[in-house]
Design a protein. Structure first.
Lengths: 492, 492
């Protein structure tokens, strides 16, 4: 788990075809410069020769020639698994004596790298030619840019606050969030609200600020939290708890029975990621009571609830919490703008103060530009208008995805129609390994999420989204996946 | 060091004088509600009765009566050190059985709270009636709000990008930063630039991503880094290295001689925080060579350099770095806007990729609103115009501060005239303890930084700023400090 991958070099350069020096020698010089300056370090891998030829817009033979020269210089070497990498030896006398051994610094740190599949996805999502069939955000064409432009225009008429914000977030924004929360039954003073850079940062602050090494963090099986390594990095252990049709059912296992020192429950009761499941109100009360009796605090992740498509979901568990057992987190990322990086955490004051202190050591708070935009979004009613616009269009997309699945996945898989959010959880039939489908799809530039990322026992499920791709690409992708799926059937 | 303070309760409420129920019973109900709901937890301290009376706008006798009732109910108790706190016992049967023991969660986490003095300052800076004589940011009236409003107005005319940003930051912003860096001699591809939420986050990413437990981090004596606990939280040890008039002088000690596995040097060569010292070009080369020979990577913090007041400072060390030894960090915080929370880190690609992966696990990147504003700031020339405006006015303030010190501190202390930045480092004569002055000043609402925060051997120095207060307040504050200082003289 703690093993650190050595990344591939990144190339944002092309040889100049009009230059006096040859393409070959330009390429050699470029590699020499990047390696001897320490920008690229021992062990980093190179793209394939085919890919390099494409990147530089030169013939493959030119690449072969340049690589030969660089190997002769001792700057590159063949890698055991095939391919080429920046050399460890040879040019050492020249330069290695002076360059710090950065890889050893990376390897010595305790913080885990991202889950490998997630790393691949983080990298590929920004490359051209990739079809993002499972991405965790709404499409750019669903973004309410007009509303945002209007807000910026309003802000440009008034004096912007540009200094350091209050550690908990700007009081005016917290008051706006306080009003927003009242609509879903949460009534708290603003001293119990912490403005954060998205729900992920809230989780990061929790893992850093109140989780102890060896603590158990209970999660739904499957859970988004398994796609992160942040709790493992502080030495905590994620323990999967079974779900039934109504969501989390802790009484189906003995794991949570005794509570246990410093354990926590992490749950997404509304439009759960990745299953899309909604916990009914009665189940929310049952789970809350079960945990309260066992002194297990609950982290309630509520980032999807404004994206309901059929009917508003039940109130969050925090609305029924009379004992300060629930730390509630939400954000603008899923329902309005992923890029704003703005969320909020609601909890007992002692926890909010502790996490604010941790946040002050990490980044001194959230951008005040974004805070002022968010405040205006809430107080002007623009946020409500924006999510209404998004819901109408997202519902159409959801219905279209259901049609596609019925048409192409019938007999190959099972799924439920999600009542909100933008994920559909698809259970492949006949134990087809999702990892195989993931790899096959990736080779054609289709990105899906294999279930194993969310739970080790869900290796035959995949997560797709109807929130990102245009309809024609969605249709092409689902059709292509179904074709691959047929070839992966046992006996096919 | 790892001991966790229990914070004071926060009150943002007043009894309603027009309500039917008495002020006394409203106050009792408010406390009951906040304690039994778990918002306030065992051990949290209450403000003094005098302060409570002031906060609620009621007579002291009403407070005394309400407190008596709450103590009788077992919800409050007297604290050993005087004062009152939320009780541990008594109401337990009622509620504690259900509330998670949050304080034990906080205490069990490995992450250190902020340095106590820094915690006090973080909290007080946002309270009214406090005169911030040492704060680490420019005054709101120096903020270039007009320039920022113009940028927002430009942005409101075009389609805003609102999705998740590239893990390294938006490529268009990185290209703008790349051009900005060329002006100070740093030429790097954009794959070596990571956009971060301020220089503090860069340090946090470094401590989390490439620092090993037990590693030694060399810092200037005194250093800003000693005011943070983030390196200690990952088990590293800060080692102070002496400075002379030209700045850091590692050869004056044996500590850095052998390098040592996974050690790092953290330095602020330009307008050092807190001393204001500028390392001349020759010294920069000497330090770089000294570290390179010993395989000690350098973290170069360059957040102040655009605030030069007399002449541009020497180029950063990163401009001479041919071996990938230097990780360079800078931001908009000190020279343009603290609240934007936008900075950049420049280093070898392998380091940038590792830290981007860590950042993706912490907050998924920097607000795209702020990124787009920053890009426009750099590409339009507005940033350059803004810092020019600030420099002109800051120079005036610096000169005024020098006049004040000559008038009031003559014979009491020594200082140098800072050539840039906004701090002046004042060495008190006769060994007067800065901590005593800090406390005395605090009792009158004057906030200064005692030197001990930056180095344990600099307990007789203080840091003041000329960047924040208006001239009349600056004058009143310096005069008042000098009066206190006279009473603190030995034999006074």
């Amino acid at each position: 788990m703690a093993q650190q991958p050595i990344n591939m070099i990144q190339i944002n350069w092309k040889p100049d075809k009009d230059a006096r020096s040859s393409l070959y020698s330009q390429i050699v010089s470029y590699f020499q410069e990047r390696i001897t300056s320490g920008d690229w370090v021992s062990g980093q891998k190179l793209p394939s020769q085919r890919k390099l030829a494409e990147l530089f817009g030169v013939n493959r033979s030119t690449i072969v020639e340049a690589m030969d020269e660089l190997m002769a210089l001792g700057l590159l070497e063949g890698s055991r698994g095939g391919g080429t990498r920046v050399a460890n030896e040879g040019w050492a006398n020249l330069i290695r004596d002076k360059t710090p051994d950065w890889q050893s610094y990376i390897k010595a740190s305790r913080f885990y790298p991202n889950v490998p599949t997630v790393q691949i996805i983080n990298r590929l999502e920004f490359e051209s030619g990739i079809t993002r069939m499972s991405t965790g955000e709404l499409s750019p064409d669903l973004m309410q840019t007009k509303i945002t432009q209007d807000i910026l225009s309003h802000l440009s008429d008034r004096k912007i606050f540009m200094n350091y914000p209050d550690p908990l977030g700007m009081p005016s924004l917290r008051r706006a969030i306080q009003e927003h929360l009242k609509k879903i039954g949460i009534e708290v003073p603003i001293s119990c609200i912490l403005v954060v850079s998205g729900a992920l940062q809230a989780l990061q602050l929790i893992s850093t600020g109140i989780v102890k090494s060896q603590a158990r963090v209970f999660v739904e099986a499957p859970s988004y939290l398994n796609s992160l390594n942040i709790f493992e990095s502080v030495g905590a252990q994620l323990v999967s708890i079974p779900m039934d049709a109504q969501g989390l059912a802790p009484w189906l296992t003995k794991d949570m029975q005794s509570g246990g020192a410093h354990s926590l429950l992490y749950t997404i009761p509304t439009f759960q990621n990745p299953t899309g499941c909604v916990m009914p109100a009665s189940r929310r009360r049952e789970v809350l009571q079960y945990c309260t009796e066992r002194h297990i605090p609950i982290i309630e992740d509520d980032v999807f609830s404004d994206l309901w498509l059929d009917a508003p979901p039940p109130l969050p568990m925090k609305a029924f919490d009379r004992c300060g057992s629930v730390v509630y987190i939400s954000s603008l990322s899923k329902c309005f703008s992923p890029g704003f990086r703005l969320g909020w955490l609601v909890g007992p004051e002692a926890i909010v103060q502790r996490l604010a202190d941790v946040k002050m050591q990490m980044d001194y708070g959230v951008s005040v530009l974004t805070q002022q935009v968010a405040e205006e979004l809430f107080t002007s009613g623009a946020y409500e208008q924006g999510v209404q616009n998004i819901r109408a269009r997202l519902k159409h997309r959801r219905d279209f995805m259901m049609l596609l699945l019925e048409r192409y996945f019938d007999g190959l898989a099972d799924w439920n129609c999600p009542a909100g959010g933008f994920f559909v959880w698809i259970r492949l039939r006949n134990g087809v390994p999702a990892e195989s489908l993931f790899k096959r799809a990736l080779s054609e530039g289709l990105l899906i999420m294999p279930g194993g990322v969310y739970d080790r026992n869900h290796t035959s499920s995949i997560r797709l989204t109807y929130g990102y791709l245009p309809e024609d690409e969605m249709a092409r992708g689902v059709k292509r996946l179904s074709e691959m799926l047929r070839t992966l059937q046992p006996g096919a």
